[in-house]
Design a protein around this ligand. Structure first.
Ligand SMILES: Cc1ncc(COP(=O)(O)O)c(C=O)c1O
Length: 357
């Protein structure tokens, strides 16, 4: 065993949806993993049907069609993209490609857990920078950086808080970061952001060679089961990632569905519009009940309920699965995914029942 994994514990994926339904004895609405409950674009589903003919062949290891579509979306050459088996794999690849044992990486917390585990697995050393206000404070994060450090991970909007930092603040941050330090900006949820000053990351990518942007098809494109995400960055960074990428890391069906999803902008915009409407509705409903809800730019809300473990368990018995954020160091909060209106109504109704117990 590698020394670096001695204190790690395997990721616990919990029970499947079906197992939970069997255990609880009723239909469960899953609002725990920030998937898009609107489902993928119909054109992506149709494209998948045709893709079934290709199952006997290996995928296109270079993912040429998808990279062409990404190249149009970002107005960048295909050499600026590296695809992964989920953004999760790209995070792992970044740590493998750029960290030597003992290299320091800054991670503000609370945030998505994959950054720390990937760094640790690859022998890096994590410096956590706890964010007291639950909003990433870029000035404080910049102050914690030293030129010998290798990398910093930022998630915007952040998981699990849903809060965001602005274009102006991010650009000021980039100006302060020594150019040798890689800045990994995870924008898994950026399509849901409505704030006018949300970072225009594509613009910044062209100015800062140490910036790496991560995107996923698991959220707004609703393709979580297929496992596909990517990095956009300068060609020098991408070249290093390509060196360590498994030849066929992204399967054919994922490539086909992602390419089709990118072409159905009308459907994507519809999903975003409805998600934002439901986010506003749910925020208002919860605040009217006196609950603290962080302002969210993502497809989930972080809600303070004091004893989240108990509330989550009771909600489950009502048929609602949400995320207890104790593993993020926030045991008083729960995270709920925004979904179509009937699910949001069901969630509010069940929460009322549970909180009046
Ligand atoms: C911030 C963030 N980044 C990345 C991911 C993982 O994305 P993928 O499903 O593409 O591995 C998630 C999943 O929840 C996430 O919340």
């Amino acid at each position: 065993m590698r020394d670096s994994i001695q204190n790690l514990v395997p990721y616990d994926a919990g029970m499947t949806h079906e197992q939970l339904e069997q255990e609880v004895g009723k239909t469960i609405i899953k609002l725990s993993a920030n998937e898009s409950l609107w489902g993928p674009a119909p054109s992506a589903r149709n494209a998948l049907q045709n893709g079934l003919n290709q199952l006997k062949f290996y995928p296109d290891g270079a993912a040429q069609e998808l990279k062409k579509a990404l190249s149009i979306l970002w107005a960048l050459p295909v050499e600026n993209f590296c695809l992964g088996n989920g953004a999760d794999e790209v995070i792992q690849m970044l740590a493998t490609a750029f960290l030597n044992p003992g290299d320091e990486v800054v991670i503000p917390t609370p945030t998505f857990s994959s950054y720390a585990s990937s760094v640790t697995i690859n022998g890096g050393k994590v410096t956590f920078v706890p964010q007291k206000e639950l909003v990433l404070n870029l000035e404080e994060i910049a102050a914690s950086l030293h030129p010998h450090m290798k990398m910093v991970f930022l998630c915007n909007p952040n998981n699990p808080t849903g809060t965001f930092f602005s274009h102006t603040d991010f650009e000021q941050f980039l100006q302060k970061v020594p150019p040798e330090i890689l800045v990994v900006l995870d924008e898994a949820y950026c399509q849901y952001a409505t704030e006018p000053n949300f970072p225009r990351s594509s613009e910044l990518l062209r100015k800062y060679a140490n910036l790496i942007i991560l995107r996923t098809f698991s959220k707004v494109y609703s393709l979580a089961a297929l496992r596909i995400g990517y990095a956009v960055a300068g060609t020098e960074v991408i070249r290093e990632l390509e060196k360590i990428r498994q030849p066929y890391n992204v399967n054919t069906l994922a490539q086909i569905a992602a390419t089709a999803a990118l072409q159905d902008e009308q459907y994507t915009q519809k999903v975003i519009k409805e998600t934002v409407q439901e986010r506003e509705w749910l925020t208002k409903e919860l605040r009217q009940r006196g609950l603290m809800v962080l302002p969210s730019q993502a497809n989930f809300l972080l809600v303070k309920v004091n004893n989240a473990a108990v509330v989550c368990e009771k909600l489950l018995q009502e048929g609602i699965l949400v995320r207890n954020t104790a593993s993020f160091g926030l045991p008083e909060w729960l995270r709920v995914t925004i979904g179509p209106h009937q699910y949001m109504e069901q969630f509010v109704k069940s929460l009322d029942t549970v909180l009046s117990d």
